[in-house]
Design a protein around this ligand. Structure first.
Ligand SMILES: [Zn+2]
Length: 274
């Protein structure tokens, strides 16, 4: 289990995954905020006003002016939405915590710390670890965290045949569903290593591919304070932090987690699901 983590950052595909991840997060944020401005902004008024002004049996010239006015109002609303979206996207400091390679005996400690801090995270599980840690897998769901499929036993997917890749994904989906009652909606490639063929395999199962933007390299056990400073120092708004709750001795990860959360909160970050 420890040998695979040493390849974690050795993949040339990682930056691709990161770039995609960043763009995706940006896009999600933009959609969310546009929707938000529709609720609180001027859109509902314009939506109501436009049909009302043109249904009256008014003279033709007057009706035309009203149509023009309604169109102008709609344009102003659209312009406002874009402005709100851009401003909020720039200001909103969100970050997502993700834990890979579990569940393991360290996972309950991670869950305790998340609970104390009222933070939800995403757990990228290995199918083979779910059977031995069923209680923990169920607890992850019960406490509101997000499930992520991380393959059955952590192969490099660029070495796999299409059918082997598919069975890694499908077996793990079934295992997680049978134990937790829930199917993951996201998948993270081991080592972040993928190619267009294996990405298609994953997407064909209806799964979204999850990357990361901050690699703490916690698996190399660099010391608790180094893990904290990497996580906090490298996070930007919309960031996705990669940590590990399985795959080896994760006591440093556990020890770093509380301080990482508190420092990010102090910097104004709110935690979201990846
Ligand atoms: Zn992994």
């Amino acid at each position: 289990m420890t040998e695979f983590v040493n390849k974690q950052s050795a993949t040339g595909d990682r930056s691709v995954a990161q770039g995609r991840s960043r763009r995706r997060i940006g896009a999600q944020l933009a959609v969310g905020l546009v929707a938000g401005s529709l609720v609180v902004g001027a859109a509902p008024q314009a939506g109501q006003a436009a049909p009302a002004t043109v249904t009256a049996a008014a003279p033709a010239a007057s009706a035309a002016r009203q149509v023009q006015a309604a169109e102008a109002a709609a344009l102003r609303v659209r312009t406002l939405e874009v402005a709100y979206s851009a401003a909020a996207k720039a200001k909103r400091k969100t970050v997502a915590l993700t834990f890979d390679d579990g569940p393991s005996k360290y996972t309950p400690q991670v869950l305790d710390i998340l609970k104390r801090n009222n933070v939800k995270a995403t757990f990228c599980m290995l199918g083979n670890n779910v059977g031995p840690y069923q209680k923990t897998a169920k607890r992850i769901v019960r406490e509101g965290h997000r499930l992520c499929n991380h393959s059955r036993n952590h192969p490099d997917f660029t070495d796999l045949s299409t059918s082997s890749a598919r069975s890694q994904v499908v077996w793990t989906q079934k295992k997680i569903k049978s134990v937790t009652g829930r199917s993951p909606q996201v998948f993270r490639f081991p080592y972040g290593a993928s190619n267009s063929r294996t990405r298609k395999v994953v997407r064909d199962q209806g799964l979204r591919i999850l990357g990361w933007t901050v690699d703490t390299r916690d698996w190399s056990r660099p010391g608790t304070s180094v893990i904290v400073s990497r996580a906090v120092g490298n996070t930007r708004p919309g960031g996705v932090i990669l940590m590990h709750d399985g795959g080896g001795n994760r006591s440093q990860t556990v020890a770093a987690l509380d301080k990482t959360i508190k420092k990010l909160k102090a910097k104004g970050y709110t935690f979201v699901l990846a």
